[in-house]
Design a protein. Sequence first.
Length: 222
Amino acid sequence: MTEKDIEVLEQSALFSGIEAENISTMLGCLAARSREYDKDVYICSPGDRVKNVGIVLSGSVYVVNEDYWGNRSIVSKLGPADMFGESFSCAEEERIPIGVVTSEKSRILFIDYRKIITTCSSACVFHSGLIRNMVHILAKKNVLLMQKMEHITKRTTREKVLSFLSEQATKAGSGSFDIPFNRQELADYLSVDRSALSSELGRMRDEGILHFHKNHFELLKQ
């Protein structure tokens, strides 16, 4: 692992509160391994069994749902220091319902989930913190999924968009903010048609509800 990799892992929720030199020690104990992927490559596919937790070291990935006909919706987009696979590996699911695909050239660190939740003699001083961090991550991921459900269960495209943008503004602490999706990605995330999304955004702009340019939005007070 490079110094830059360790710096990324310091930002990861899994290693929160653990110093860089201790992370380096723990990676050997955890039998961590990294792998590079090109753009649009599936790291894991629907139907796979996942035993490892993945942490993005560089690049970014989508967590996606796909139906029988190949229609894809984005559950989330993850960047450096973000983690995936923890819920399904913990639950020991035989077949996962989602996939993880790279949105650009990416490098991923893999750790066997069982090594995270099982203490060992060489890293026991830090392992309790690792387990505590994992519990926090699982709880936070559950909250994020509930937030997405709040958006996509709205009845109309406008209601879905405004629900999402309101959440993003709250997170940014400002009515002017960037979102992590382009138009197609946002349509997939909200489970709406892209043309319907673009039309609705245009109408809301014309009505003075918001301004936007690419992925930058500004909500206007009425």
